[in-house]
Each structure stands twice: as structure tokens, then as C-alpha cells.
Design a protein around this ligand. Structure first.
Ligand code: AMP
Length: 524
């Protein structure tokens, strides 16, 4: 099938041709005609499938008719992260270059006045993260009752990040008579229920089994004691032909620590996480995309949708808490039919997480040994460290026996010498052979059991704002300590911009949202 047969206009087809795309991807083939017809779409598709263009291309054509009024966007696209929002904006620029469309990007970390000016001019396409959009809405800077098309992208990610209440508030302010396009990589019951509420007689479009790993990704798993992870990662990077790589950590503080360590070892590394300012995030990402940074250590902010050409490797320094995130992380490589490599470093206590991943992807990740490093054995469990506190606690070093971590621990060992001072190990070569067999060894995926609630999130949330000192928390009245969760009443105005949870910034302190009027007055 060709793009010409989908019903798109000549200017859009020309922009697509200039981008070099000749054949629509399956999601584009299925969704574009439905969107052009004006029907609601319930799309089950992963990033990397061409999902963005499947809604951007027909939207450009629909928007060709009509004009936007000041502060009244004609279409609204909700994205869970700033990076994804920026990528959708890039798509509009690429494919809409022969159409005169006004676009505004409302994401956290970018100047408010610039965004207000863009809204004032009138926008055809508004791309936003939920928090920043609500900020503008509550300040009266935007009216949503002219929105004709709503896109909710990465709905399952919105759920994971706790954005669903914000999304519900936004949708409640939109006209009921509208076209809604709802995309999610997975369809757990919570997401399906939401889709049922937001969509009207939608056409369902599913392009690949939810959360399956691409066959072009050669996967490998290295089980090592937690304290050996850094050494194992360095050995892997040295032994592999790494053109560019993402290294994922579960926690922001580990991103920063690992980034510093890799730089100390002379690697061209950068860091990306939700605590960085938006300009710093954008700059780092641009450098990585341009090849000026070879290895990007990142939190899950980078796990979904990031589209970096020909990424050769993904390393999971931590096993992700959610098995779906594993699929998203490794999906940054092996794109567009190219072979990519993913290596996961697991400590024994992460055995339960590996088990969940292997259940989801329906295959066993091939085990790989790093010569010179002790291999450990995975233990059953929930993926929480057994040691006290964070990294560096000894979570039960296993010398091969299963369940060693469950044994009562003896006296604490002397702390090790800093890794930098240890004897260099011989050059290693990880066995890509073993990993290379992964796709062939794949078995048919068993029927997926209904997704369970994820208790591990309670214990290990994705990206926490730093906790305030106990004394400061105790000083707040209990209701206000939870002010971030309390739904606001419409008459309440925020004096500070809302932070998207993705910002990972500090929680409100002191009076929370209840600022007495005399304090909130602006100094002249
Ligand atoms: P997405 O799923 O929207 O993140 O897209 C994944 C990648 O596929 C991006 O690099 C797109 O530019 C690319 N892409 C989108 N549509 C096509 C197409 N029809 N042919 C080839 N590549 C495409």
C-alpha cells in the first residue's frame, strides 16, 4: 500500500516523500483513513511503529480548513513527558511544512510568558503535558471549548506517572462533541475503562501484540552481585562495538552517580533525568542525537518514544520495576529493522523482576557471563534491596547457591576499596554469541495473564521528589501535607506554576496551596 491511497492531501504527501518514507507502517495504514473520516480511534501500538505520524498526518489535513481564535486551540495533544511532546511538535514541523499551522508546545521548564504569547496568537495545534496545561488553564490563559480533536498519547504511561486525574480534569473541560484519538502501548483494565469513558464508538486499531520485544533486539542478561554492576557495565562497554548507548537507572541519584563514574573512566557520557532543567535536558538530548555524546545515562524519562537514529546499545543498569518498561527501554534500539543490542545487569535481589519480564515477553533472556567477574544467582523476591538503604548495601552476595540472600547475614565485611583503586581486570569479551541466539530461541508468546496491580510501585516509585526533613514535614497540618493530591477547587488560583510529576521537583513546603492573600500579593 502507498501513502497516496490513504486519502492524504498533496502537500502532506509531498512532505512525507521528502522525509523519505514510501510505505505507510501498519498503524498508519489502518489509522489514517479512520482519522480522516472523523471517527474516534482506540490505538494499541508501541512507539517505534510510526504511531505519531498516524495521527499527525491526518490532523494536518483536517486543520487545513478553518482558523484558530486567540487562546482557543483547535486541537489538543496530551503527552506524558516533555521529550515526547517535543517530538510530536517536530513531527508537525516536518510533515506540516507546506501547511500554515500555528502550533504551541506547553511543557514544564519552559518560560510561561513565551507560551502565553503563543496561545494569544491562536493555535491550531496545542501539544502539552497535563500539568503545564492545567496551569495555563487555571490562570485563565487558555479556553478549551473550541477543541475539535483530542489526542491522548501513551495513555498507559500517563497512568504510570499518576497523570490520569489531571487528564480527567482536562477532558471534563472539553466539548463533548469532538474527535478523540487514544493511544496506548498496553491496554490494562484501567486504561480500557478510561478509553470507554472518553471515546465514542471508536474504531480499534491494534498493530502488534502489546509489550512484545522486537525480534531485531539481541538481548542478554548478566547476573552479578550489586557492587559489581559498575565493573560489569564498563567491561561490556569496552568489549562491545558501542556506537551510541542509553544506560537506564531506576533512580535519579543513581543516574548522576553513574554518569560521574563513567566520565571518570574517560567515557563520553551525558545524563538525563527529571530533575534537570528543561534547557539542560533538551541540550543533552540534542547532543546525544547528534552523536556528540556517546553514552547517555538516563532515568525512565528516556524510556518511551525517544527516537535516536541507529542506537546500537541499551544497557539496563537496574532491572526496571515494571516489565513493560523493559520493553520500552530496550525498544530504543533495534528500530526500523536494524539490529540492536540490549544488556541487562541484574543483582540477585532483582530476580522477581526478571521473572516478570520473561513472563511478559514470553522468552528467557539469554544469560551472559562477564569474564573475570563473579556470576551470581537470581533470587525470588519483589526486586527490593535487602540491604539497609540504597546502593552499596550488601544485598546478599551469592556464590552460586540459590537463595543465598535469604540466609541470615554474618558480620558486615570491611568496606571495599574504591573501585578505581582495585587491580585492573584482564580485558574481557562478553559473548555476543550467546545473545545473538536470542531471537531464534524465541518461543510463541503464551496468552498474557490479566495485569495485576503493581505492588512494587508502592515500595519503589519511579522518580521521587526529595523528602523534606522530618521536622519540616511535621510542622505542616496533615491536610496540607497532601495538598499536591487534593483536587483544587476552581476558585483557587496557584501562585506558582504546577510541576509535572515528570519534573521530579520538590513537593510544596510550608503552607502548600493555602497561601494567605497577604502573602500571595506580588511586590510592586
Ligand atoms: P514513532 O512510532 O512515531 O515514534 O515512529 C518511529 C520512527 O519511525 C520514527 O523515526 C519515524 O520517523 C519513523 N517512521 C514513521 N513513519 C514511517 C514510515 N512510513 N516509514 C519509515 N519510517 C517511518
Amino acid at each position: 500500500m502507498s501513502f497516496e491511497s490513504l486519502g492524504l492531501s498533496a502537500p502532506v504527501l509531498q512532505a512525507v516523500a521528502e522525509k523519505g518514507y514510501t510505505t505507510p507502517t501498519p498503524i498508519q495504514e489502518k489509522a489514517i483513513p479512520i482519522v480522516l473520516m472523523g471517527r474516534d480511534v482506540l490505538g494499541c501500538a508501541q512507539t517505534g511503529t510510526g504511531k505519531t505520524a498516524s495521527f499527525v498526518l491526518p490532523m494536518i489535513d483536517i486543520l487545513a480548513e478553518g482558523r484558530a481564535k486567540s487562546r482557543m486551540p483547535r486541537t489538543l495533544i496530551l503527552e506524558p513527558t516533555r521529550e515526547l511532546a517535543a517530538q510530536v511538535a517536530e513531527n508537525f514541523e516536518t510533515y506540516g511544512k507546506y501547511n500554515k499551522l500555528n502550533m504551541a508546545l506547553l511543557i514544564g521548564g519552559v518560560s510561561f510568558p513565551d507560551q502565553e504569547r503563543a496561545l494569544e496568537r491562536g493555535v491550531d495545534v496545542l501539544i502539552a503535558t497535563p500539568g503545564r496545561l492545567l496551569d495555563h488553564f487555571e490562570r485563565g490563559g487558555i479556553l478549551l471549548n473550541d477543541v475539535k480533536i483530542l489526542v491522548i498519547d501513551e495513555a498507559d504511561r500517563m497512568l504510570d506517572m499518576g497523570f490520569i486525574p489531571d487528564v480527567e480534569r482536562i477532558v471534563a473541560t472539553l466539548p463533548t462533541l469532538r474527535q478523540t484519538l487514544f493511544f496506548s502501548a498496553t491496554m490494562p483494565p484501567e486504561i480500557k475503562r478510561l478509553a470507554d469513558r472518553f471515546l465514542s464508538n471508536p474504531k480499534e486499531v491494534t498493530v502488534s501484540p502489546p509489550a512484545s520485544a522486537s525480534a531485531t533486539i539481541v538481548q542478554g542478561l548478566i547476573v552479578v552481585p550489586e557492587d559489581d554492576k559498575r565493573e560489569a557495565l564498563l567491561a561490556l562497554i569496552k568489549s562491545q562495538d558501542v556506537k551510541n548507548a542509553l544506560v537506564f537507572c531506576n533512580r535519579k541519584r543513581d543516574v548522576a552517580t553513574l554518569h560521574t563514574a563513567l566520565k571518570k573512566h574517560g567515557l563520553n557520557a551525558g545524563a538525563l533525568h527529571g530533575d534537570m532543567s528543561q534547557p539542560a535536558r533538551t541540550e543533552t538530548l540534542e547532543k546525544f542525537k547528534a552523536g556528540d555524546i556517546q553514552i547517555l545515562v538516563a532515568s525512565d524519562v528516556a524510556a518511551r518514544g525517544l527516537d535516536v537514529q541507529d542506537m546500537s546499545h541499551v544497557f539496563n543498569y537496574d532491572v526496571p520495576f515494571s516489565p513493560e518498561d523493559y520493553v520500552h527501554r530496550i525498544g530504543r534500539t533495534g528500530r526500523a529493522g536494524k539490529i540492536g543490542h540490549s544488556f541487562t545487569l541484574a543483582a540477585p535481589f532483582e530476580g522477581g523482576l526478571i521473572e516478570a519480564i520473561e513472563k511478559l515477553i514470553g522468552t528467557t533472556i539469554p544469560r551472559i557471563e562477564v569474564p573475570g567477574l563473579e556470576t551470581a544467582t537470581l533470587e525470588a523476591g519483589d526486586g527490593r534491596r535487602r540491604g539497609r538503604g540504597g546502593r552499596g548495601g550488601r544485598p546478599g552476595r551469592s556464590s552460586g547457591g540459590a537463595g543465598a540472600g535469604d540466609k541470615p547475614r554474618g558480620p558486615r565485611r570491611e568496606p571495599r576499596a574504591p573501585r578505581e583503586h582495585r587491580e585492573p581486570r584482564p580485558e574481557v569479551s562478553a559473548e555476543p554469541q550467546a545473545a545473538a541466539e536470542a531471537p531464534a530461541a524465541r518461543e510463541p508468546r503464551p496468552e498474557r495473564a490479566p495485569r495485576e496491580r503493581r505492588p512494587e510501585r508502592e515500595h519503589a516509585p519511579r522518580e521521587h521528589a526529595p523528602r523534606e526533613p522530618r521536622a519540616e514535614r511535621a510542622a505542616q497540618p496533615p491536610r496540607e501535607r497532601n495538598s499536591e493530591r487534593r483536587p483544587e477547587r476552581s476558585h483557587e488560583r496557584r501562585s506558582e506554576p504546577r510541576r509535572d510529576r515528570d519534573d521530579g521537583g520538590p513537593a510544596p513546603k510550608g503552607l502548600g496551596d493555602h497561601v494567605p492573600a497577604f502573602l500571595a500579593r506580588q511586590p510592586r
